[in-house]
Design a protein around this ligand. Sequence first.
Ligand code: GDP
Length: 197
Amino acid sequence: MIIKSAEFLCSNTQVSKLPTPVLPEYAFIGRSNVGKSSLINMLVDKKGLAKTSQTPGKTQLINHFKVNDKWFIVDLPGYGFARVSKSSKEKWEKFIRAYLTKRENLQCVMVLIDSRLTPQKVDLDFINWLGDQGLPFVLIFTKADKQSKGKTAQNVELFKNEMLKQWEEVPQLFITSSEDGSGRDEVLQFVDEINSG
Ligand code: GDP
């Protein structure tokens, strides 16, 4: 896919105020600091589109971006930040769950996983919840440039094994780096196939 345009559309704090669901949409989510903003900017080749290093746990916004006038990228607030209070965590869950379960044009949830880490409970819990809801999702491993290919492969394998304890198969997965652009073509091709399917 060639990216011709990518623009910020709107920020929302309420599911009821989301943009009209006229285009297919892909939601990006993961732990705070997983590299979500960097990945979105890398995919659309536009530095600064999604704001990096936001203060976690502050305003929880759903940000919409329009790509090629054909599809939406949705930047969801990160989860699993240790310093977030219980009430803030509950608010996050309610908000995100409402969005994910009600959004009719949502094609796929892109779950970001830090490729440097061994499987984390917070990610597995979220994935299991997606599965319980029957929501389609893929895994995007981030920051692959930070360690050797062997180490990344090892963590991916551990994650797969962890998933196979609960699931019969693992979803499609991508290994990416916002630093060197790896995985970009694969993720965009995946979106392209769904959009044109
Ligand atoms: P977010 O909180 O999930 O949106 O994460 P950010 O995109 O703000 O990234 C968090 C930190 O990780 C920043 O310092 C980024 O520069 C860094 N980072 C994100 N992606 C990558 C990557 O692919 N490679 C490397 N080396 N650093 C990354």
